[in-house]
Design a protein around this ligand. Structure first.
Ligand SMILES: *Cc1c(COP(=O)(O)O)cnc(C)c1O
Length: 365
């Protein structure tokens, strides 16, 4: 049986009636921009993270740019960011006027470490974007101990917990989320949020998302039009209560991979320092990742090499890309995402593992 790379439809199917009713409610309300649904979602999402404020914005990329702007990042500044991440983590920096400075990551967790960030620091470093990649949890406290504010890019980490039970997205000075439909907490279109417990940052992000204004009359900053809309917020209020159960389903699938014999064929991903990952993606490593992909393809098993060309080697980043990142280059070459979802079954995991074993047999031919 084919196994899809991810499955967003099955977990949502039981909520269909409730979601459609919400659409009708918002339609009838006549309030479509910055109304009670956005307010309600912001409060519920912040509370779910143990943070004071959440500000709904248009998407996760804008969330990063607005968070950096709120921190005062601008021309002449440098922002450290891993190269092994979705391109948007770095793309959000140049619009502030600052330069991205790429750092390396840990080969087992795929996340930045205190050492890799420290190696990229200069007197111009104004902030660090720490990506909780694939739903793992990066060591935010250790990096803030270096004396620079951390922006947590938690786009892939909704539902992830530290060893102490704190939530990814509540660990640093400010955090950003994407609710792109395929993320752990997905909307039905583009959506994002900035999260912070700092009053001044909350106020600045609220202004920046609305043309730099508090009241539509006085415009104090050159800002953005980047709002979460009422429809998306209303739907997110329906799905948010299910996030943890969905993450438990992902964790059960990860446990099934660990208990399977897949580890004989490929290197399995490691949770960082006692954390409980949200497993947005389940990404293994193999020295011949394209051969592993071919073996999975032959069995109709979903797979994807998300970051085969790392960000610092992308054409648009040429100006910032002259840096040696050996672990990033190695991971870019060897990583492969395999099926993961809240409803991935043990039987499906067994099929993935069996199909992956063909890569060993193929080498013998
Ligand atoms: C998805 C993602 C983003 C961007 O979010 P959008 O809502 O698509 O703009 C940023 N960073 C990471 C790590 C992501 O996975």
């Amino acid at each position: 049986m084919p196994v899809p790379l991810f499955d967003t439809a099955t977990p949502l199917a039981p909520l269909r009636d409730e979601l459609v009713a919400k659409l009708g409610e918002v339609f009838d309300s006549g309030r479509y921009i910055l109304g009670p649904e956005v307010r309600g979602f912001e409060e519920e999402f912040a509370a779910s993270l143990g943070a004071r404020h959440a500000i709904g914005v248009a998407n996760g990329t804008d969330a990063l740019t607005l968070a950096l702007r709120a921190l005062g990042v601008g021309p002449g500044d440098e922002v450290i960011v891993p190269s092994f991440t979705f391109y948007a983590s770095a793309e959000a920096i140049p619009p502030t006027g600052a330069r991205p400075v790429f750092c390396d990551v840990d080969p087992d967790t795929f996340c930045v470490t205190q050492e890799t960030v420290q190696a990229a620091m200069t007197p111009r470093t104004k902030a660090v974007i720490v990506v909780h990649l694939f739903g793992n949890v990066a060591p935010v406290e250790e990096i803030e101990a270096l004396g620079v504010p951390v922006v947590e890019d938690a786009a892939q980490a909704a539902g992830a917990l530290t060893a102490e039970g704190r939530r990814a997205g509540s660990l640093g000075t400010v955090a950003t989320f994407s609710f792109f439909p395929s993320k752990n907490l997905g909307a039905f279109g583009d959506a994002g949020a900035v999260v912070t417990s700092d009053e001044a940052l909350d106020e600045r992000v609220r202004m920046l998302r609305f043309h730099g204004s508090r009241d539509k009359e006085s415009f104090e900053l050159v800002g953005y039009n980047s709002r979460l809309d009422e429809l998306q917020a209303a739907l997110l209020r329906v799905t948010l209560p299910y996030l943890d159960a969905w993450c438990d389903g992902r964790r059960a699938a990860a446990a099934a991979y660990e208990e399977s014999d897949l580890g004989e064929v490929a290197q399995l991903p490691q949770p960082a320092a006692g954390c409980t990952p949200a497993w947005h993606l389940y990404v293994v490593r193999h020295p011949r990742a394209d051969d592993l992909a071919a073996a999975l393809q032959a069995a109709e098993i979903g797979h994807k090499a998300y970051y085969r060309v790392p960000t610092h080697r992308q054409p648009a980043m040429r100006e910032f890309g002259a840096v040696e990142l050996p672990v990033t280059d190695e991971l870019a070459r060897t990583h492969l995402a395999i099926p993961m979802s809240p409803v991935l079954s043990r039987e499906q995991v067994a099929e993935v593992s069996e199909a992956a074993h063909a890569v060993v047999a193929n080498r013998m031919r």
